[in-house]
Design a protein around this ligand. Sequence first.
Ligand code: APR
Length: 265
Amino acid sequence: MRDLIERAVSDLRNSRYAVVLTGAGMSTESGIRDFRGPKGIWTTDKAAEAKAYERYELFLRDPASYWEEMLGKKGTHGAFYNELRKAKPNAGHRALSELEELGVMKCVITQNIDGLHPKAGSRNVIEYHGSIRKLRCPSCGSRCGFEEVSLERLPPSCNCGGVLKYDVVHFGEPIPLDVMEKAEKEAMECDLMLICGTSAVVYPFANLPMVAKLGRKSSTTIIEVNAEPTPLTNEGISDYLIQGKTGEILPEIAEEVRKSRPERD
Ligand code: APR
């Protein structure tokens, strides 16, 4: 493990433009369960997973019922969102924010909707599956905060007349174009991609490492930090896997990068 951490520190220090992709494994050490790990939400509750696959269709068919479910007036999903709101960033989130501070990490592209990367101080964050902190209008694409709308009458409507939904991408829902384009641009630009706490099985997000690996003229180093090997590991897309907890490995990497930085004169 130590030698892989030293290798990652050297790769990061030699990179011109490093980005990091993250998934639910980043937030388990903040008390938020992941989805497909051994105690994951989908691993342990197949009914919840099935409902998640129907959620976008529910929004399209009956937006008022969608909102009742999302606000916890029906079902259990609202409680999950309340759990996310209470969570705090962990040492892994803070380490990525520090690497951005050190000028080494240029962008975080996260699948997580919990907002813990911005809360930890990361500034250039692409929330690929959206965020529970915002609402979005699928008709005109505009986004707003909860403080800007009234939830007295459901569903809330947009000034354009469209129906607002959580700015969260549900299964079967297209990734908003602005987010998709920004993420692909970062993947094309990077010469190092760190991939932390994701099973890398949900598309199109799981395509980004391929875009980084094959979509560029020069080579890209792809490093995984994950509790278990993933298809990226097994198919040789990543150059190496540092197996373990993001909340332990990332702070070690950040500390070594900080220590090896030339002292500012
Ligand atoms: N440190 C490192 N890895 C961890 C940790 C940890 N502390 N905790 C869990 N993991 C690993 C798990 O072993 C698993 O491989 O993180 C991965 C999490 O995978 P998933 O639960 O599938 O989460 P994710 O990849 O983010 O899921 C993608 O699926 O349900 C949808 O929209 C949801 O954004 C989510 C998407």
